[in-house]
Design a protein around this ligand. Sequence first.
Ligand code: NAD
Length: 349
Amino acid sequence: MKKYQIVIIGYGGMGSYHVTLASAADNLEVRGVFDILEEKRAAAAEKGLEIYPSFEAVLADEKVDAVLIATPNDSHKELAIQALEAGKHVVCEKPVTMSSEDLLVIMDTAKKEQKHFMVHQNRRWDEDFLIIKEMMEQKTIGDVFHLESRVHGANGIPGDWRHLKAHGGGMVLDWGVHLLDQLLFVIDSNVKSVSANLSYALGDEVDDGFVSFITFENGITAQVEVGTTNFIKLPRWYVKGTEGTAIIHDWDLSGEVVKPNALAGLSEPTPIQAGQGLTKTMAPPSEEATDTIPLVAPGKLATTFYNNFVDVLNKKSEPIVQNEEVYQVLKLIEAIFQAAETNKTIHSI
Ligand code: NAD
């Protein structure tokens, strides 16, 4: 079987990680690296990787089947189009482009050149997400009607270009794209409306976090939130269903499911003292009337990202990350920006 040759474009934090990811795949070999910075090329050479002197030299090498683009967000479109037009397949980092229109141009080019273009939406493989996906499919907490998906950090916006609008910086594009991609992947319904607030607490020209509220046509609602100024973090997932509630605290997969059991509703809750008043409504459910159970095991996707890429090249499989899905995520991101800017709920997505 053919061993495809891929070259990594951009040897920064993610590009160097892709060397490991791509090398682990069957029938795929990292042929070399190109980075515009001499120091990055030197770092790659130190790891024993072949260095290309220019992007043009990568494209001119007939032995190269594909490139992986891991450069700042604003450069993805041009690099992808050049590579496709030079007859290479392309894997591109997220966010694939700065606008949904730009992605359409890439998709058209890929179609014209009959080359494959796939976006590295790797967090579809995250186990915390795959637990939520599995719970929704198994109906562990009945029909899920509300999801809260958050990532909270306290280190501000990292690096250099992520602070700049021109490079596609900001947290909606950086982390939002992952959480929104997961959401659309797991909910089989169109988005009905979106409202959002962006945070500029750190004084950057780009958002350092955001909160968005999304309603789907099937009635499911979701709150998606990214924060970089959270010294106390909220749970990664909080999900409500018709038969219980689930929480996943973090990427360590700690969490639990609490469900009402057969004794639920048989006795009135006992009122509790709450601040300066009494409440029955907010009293905790009685221990006998609820079951606390472990989270389900994460579901599995058919294969890894790069094995899927090779299968797609060999026409043995459809891409797990479809470009049309990535396009819908970009449309949702655009709606989030529009909602925040206009302070209005957006209905046409
Ligand atoms: P980085 O700044 O660490 O690395 C970017 C590298 O690209 C730098 O070494 C830079 O010199 C190089 N570069 C810039 N322009 C170039 C060009 N035209 N040709 C060749 N090299 C060029 O950034 P990063 O954190 O590695 O992010 C890179 C991309 O990967 C971004 O799109 C980012 O969103 C994405 N990313 C994805 C994940 C994920 O989990 N999927 C995680 C981190 C970053």
